[in-house]
Design a binder for this molecule. Structure first.
Ligand SMILES: C[S@@+](CC[C@H](N)C(=O)[O-])C[C@H]1O[C@@H](n2cnc3c(N)ncnc32)[C@H](O)[C@@H]1O
Length: 290
């Protein structure tokens, strides 16, 4: 099994779990739903939903609350992660929510999970997918789905980070974004080098779904809503702070002769004047043939 400490750059502390709760709020505010409206579930019989890389289970818990407010009572929610470090205590989870350890890219999916799920969900693997290839995970998800089941993947495009001045994206602004842009470019280049990350697979995810036998119902790129930019900025700064510290420690802060503190201080002055950090959000939904 992969070693998360070597293969995943983000912190495993309480700060990251807190950020994952913020991330759940952000996606929910952007989309207005947890499960894509094209996903149609039968209200009779048992429905099973799996979430790969579930972190602290925030998406599953939000989904569970929505099901409990609807007429869907017989739903089992199963979260998998390579590390259980953010899992809530099992005693504090609803009876129909179970979390366990599983490598989403494992060569063999355990038999007990084959053909079992109505929906498999993946969210924010932009810093997880290696070699620009999400194929092994799509293949595993396909195996786990029942015929007619859905794969829903919600993603940030880690290659689209940008600084934006207050107001509309194309509006002229007197507020400079140059220090923020420099800090972002440096953090992006450094994390790419530190963790061997590439991002072009994200735009191609619809095509990759098709290549693995899924019928694509939606593949859509969105700007994050303007009113979510503050939360997006806070979330990205938390991630970048951690990534940059690791890059400095590992001696791979690249593309600059400035110190990390200097870059962040200069960007911070712009952010105090309302400059935001943002990146594109993508939704890809596919269906396994009946
Ligand atoms: C950015 S977090 C996203 C968490 C959650 N999906 C969400 O949106 O709130 C990425 C998660 O993927 C997990 N992860 C990293 N590598 C993994 C792997 N090979 N298999 C399963 N989970 C993995 C991390 O432990 C972390 O919880």
């Amino acid at each position: 099994m992969a070693d998360l400490r070597k293969s995943y750059i983000i912190s495993h502390g309480f700060d990251e779990s807190g950020r994952l709760h913020l991330q759940q709020w952000l996606w929910n505010m952007q989309l207005g739903w947890d499960l894509h409206p094209a996903i149609s579930l039968k209200s009779d019989g048992e429905t099973k939903i799996a979430d790969h890389g579930c972190g602290n289970g925030a998406w599953l818990l939000s989904l569970d609350a929505k099901f409990k407010n609807s007429n869907m009572s017989n739903v089992s929610l199963v979260g998998f992660d390579l590390s259980p470090v953010h899992f809530p205590a099992p005693e504090n989870l609803p009876n129909n929510v179970k979390l366990g350890v599983l490598d989403a890219f494992a060569e063999n999916v355990p038999d007990e999970h084959i053909g079992q799920y109505d929906v498999v969900h993946v969210r924010v693997f932009t810093g997880v997918v290696k070699n620009n290839d999400p194929g092994p995970l799509v293949r595993n998800a396909f195996k786990m789905l029942k015929p007619g089941g859905y794969l829903q993947w919600d993603e940030f495009d880690g290659g689209s980070w940008k600084g934006v001045a207050p107001g509309d994206v194309h509006q002229d602004s007197s507020v400079s974004i140059s220090a923020t842009t420099e800090m972002l470019k440096n953090a992006l280049d450094s994390s790419r080098k530190a963790m061997n990350l590439e991002y072009s697979w994200i735009e191609n995810l619809g095509k990759i779904f098709q290549e693995h036998g899924l019928e694509v119902l939606e593949h859509k790129r969105m700007d994050a809503k303007k009113e979510l930019r503050k939360a997006m900025t806070d979330s990205l700064l938390m991630t970048l702070h951690h990534v940059s510290r690791i890059a400095v420690r590992n001696g791979c802060l690249v593309g600059t002769d400035k110190s990390w503190e200097q870059l962040w201080t200069e960007a911070g002055k712009e952010i105090e004047q309302g400059v935001s950090l943002t990146m594109d959000m993508l939704i890809t939904v596919g269906r396994k043939p009946l």
